[in-house]
Design a protein. Structure first.
Length: 313
């Protein structure tokens, strides 16, 4: 019986540090076409059970995509997971070689789930949605800076706001074109925006940042987003349940959707009021509404079903 192999790859702009466990082999290749081709050749020969990368702002994507195309199992994990694992195993020092070894150990011990890596069009849509949010934040920040400034400074800020607003319109146009180019995205947007409280910004964020929507169980999708209440109990002590982790950008748009839904969506509005009547704090009740909204949207995408209050309620 062949021994199972586990691979950790630490990524930087120029190099990939690779560690193969349990063989203990450590080597480095360049993070470019030639280096990745060499890496694929080595790893296809040993056929590892799993290859683990940390998410590093996109620097890992080229290697991860090409390894996946070579039919190798690849998982990209949150850097916090890797660092917490390193601390738990007593590894406090940090170098590229150590990080690669920790990732290989993580692959062996934790065996994270392999998820499909987004294709080029999906990554492009995600980049556009992220850029829209960044520009919106910059417009808000510039408008806040107008207060109390002299006329000459206000003039420059207003000019910048005007330019940013033009950029925002261009980004929104590109997002619409991207959605229109994909039938699945069009259908998902129609389903999502049929829900009172869910507009185009919320829908496109979910499509780009939560492709698992409709493909996972209610419990799994809640944990993935970070809306599953987590226990904080010890002995006889019973702590408050709290949400933690997950995808902050998705939670952000669900929060905005919930704020609208508690006013205009009869199902969410009634649910919210019931919680308040039970003595729940408004913040707790609103978080519960975010969770309920996510579960409803997950079921709608799964079943390709538009919003129907008599069913979804």
């Amino acid at each position: 019986m062949e021994q199972q192999q586990w691979v950790g790859i630490d990524v930087c702009q120029k190099y990939l540090d690779v560690y193969i466990r349990p063989a203990g082999k450590l080597f480095q290749v360049t993070n470019d076409e030639n280096g990745i081709a060499e890496l694929i050749k080595i790893l296809t020969e040993i056929k590892p059970e799993l290859i683990v990368f940390e998410a590093t702002g996109g620097m890992e994507l080229r290697a991860a995509i090409e390894l996946t195309q070579a039919e190798l199992a690849v998982a990209i994990i949150n850097p916090r997971q890797a660092r917490d694992f390193a601390k738990a195993t007593g590894q406090l020092a940090k170098t590229d070689a150590i990080d690669a070894r920790i990732l290989a150990h993580f692959a062996d011990a934790i065996r994270p789930q392999v998820r499909a890596i987004k294709d080029e069009s999906s990554r492009q849509l995600q980049d556009l949605v992220q850029r829209r949010r960044q520009i919106s934040d910059m417009i808000t920040a510039e408008k806040n800076r107008l207060r109390g400034k002299t006329h000459s400074v206000q003039s420059g800020i207003k000019e910048h706001i005007k330019w940013l607003e033009a950029q925002l319109k261009e980004i929104e146009s590109q997002i619409k074109d991207a959605i229109a180019s994909d039938e699945d995205w069009q259908q998902q947007q129609q389903l999502l925006t049929s829900v009172p409280g869910v507009g185009e910004v919320v829908a496109t964020t979910l499509i780009s940042s939560l492709p698992e929507l409709g493909k996972l169980s209610h419990k799994s999708i809640s944990y993935l987003v970070g809306l599953a209440p987590l226990n904080r109990d010890s002995g006889k002590s019973r702590g408050k349940r709290r949400i933690w982790g997950g995808r902050a950008n998705v939670r952000c748009v669900l929060y905005m959707a919930a704020l609208v839904a508690v006013r205009f969506n009869p199902v969410i509005k009634n649910f919210y009021q019931r919680l308040l009547d039970q003595g729940k704090l408004k913040k707790v009740a609103l978080t519960a509404c975010m969770h309920k909204l996510l579960i409803l949207l997950n079921a709608m995408i799964r079943d390709s079903q538009t919003w129907q209050p008599q069913i979804n309620g």
